[in-house]
Design a protein around this ligand. Sequence first.
Ligand SMILES: Nc1ncnc2c1ncn2[C@@H]1O[C@H](COP(=O)(O)OP(=O)(O)OP(=O)(O)O)[C@@H](O)[C@H]1O
Length: 336
Amino acid sequence: MSNAVASAAAAAAPALRLEGLERRLGERLILAGIDLTVAAGECLALLGPSGCGKSTILRLIAGLDRPDGGRILIGGRDMTCVPAGRRQVAMVFQSYALYPHLSVARNLSLGMELRGVPRQRREESVARVLAMLQLEGFSDRRPADLSGGQRQRVALARALLREPRVFLLDEPMSNLDAQLREELRPQLRAILCGGQAPVVYVTHDQQEAMGIADRIAVLQDGRLQQCGTPQELYGRPANVVVASFIGRPQINLLPMDDGTVLGIRPEHLHPVAEGGLPVQVLSREWHGASQQLTLASRHGELRWTTDGSQVIGDALQLGWEPRHEHRFRQATGERC
Ligand SMILES: Nc1ncnc2c1ncn2[C@@H]1O[C@H](COP(=O)(O)OP(=O)(O)OP(=O)(O)O)[C@@H](O)[C@H]1O
């Protein structure tokens, strides 16, 4: 291939591509044939329960671990056997790993110093990321004198300064409290989407994945269940695993006599005067603007999110619009 043809092919290639990635530990298959692509500037969330293989995928992309099958391509180039240090991949973990004895500014500039970046450019870059992450007043502080959220932003800033070709984040907000996580979410999204590097963001929190990512890949037991936009996964889950993982409170899954499972989201139920499913209120939990009710029905317990004033013991009938029904095969869990 000529240089011009090769560079045109690289430009057209996805920024990050995983092809049939496989990882075994002894007899156990930890990852089974993972195929994923991430475009430049796109944020892909890896979502799934503990042990599903999310961190293993990140470690393989970073080069901290080797796959037993498949390939990792960055900008069209096969990086599967390239050592970690030469992949230009930045990874942010849940623990911040900042140098405790150095100021914020030094923590940020050290990597550039080691790479021989001239002083003036270092100072400009540090000032730029501090402003971007709203940390301007903190450059002289030590990590111990920062809050958890501020420390995590410094860790992010340090990763941004590496100008990586791929950005990997492993549950970067899991050490922060729920309120701070919510506050940081839009900031993080703006920062991650502002760059050219593809971003892979690991989380087990579906709300965080929906809030931050352009697309979500749902994993279970080392297998990719579905990959799509948050709206696609919510609106047309490919199987009961995805249906249960996306959307809170969890979707109702009701086994039917015809060998299917009927899926109805709690927010899509509404009271009807007649011809609906008879239910009785078992318990209630206030969520501010709405309440979540647990109901007894002939198909088992149901969850219903409503702004109504029902109380425990109330009996009523519920309906739903046909367009909100999801049908899955009982035998396989796959969408019908
Ligand atoms: N060094 C190891 N030795 C044995 N098993 C391992 C090792 N590393 C990972 N595993 C197993 O591989 C599977 C995938 O682990 P991985 O850490 O990728 O999952 P995860 O989805 O990131 O989980 P979590 O959300 O808990 O971090 C798990 O079942 C785990 O027990």
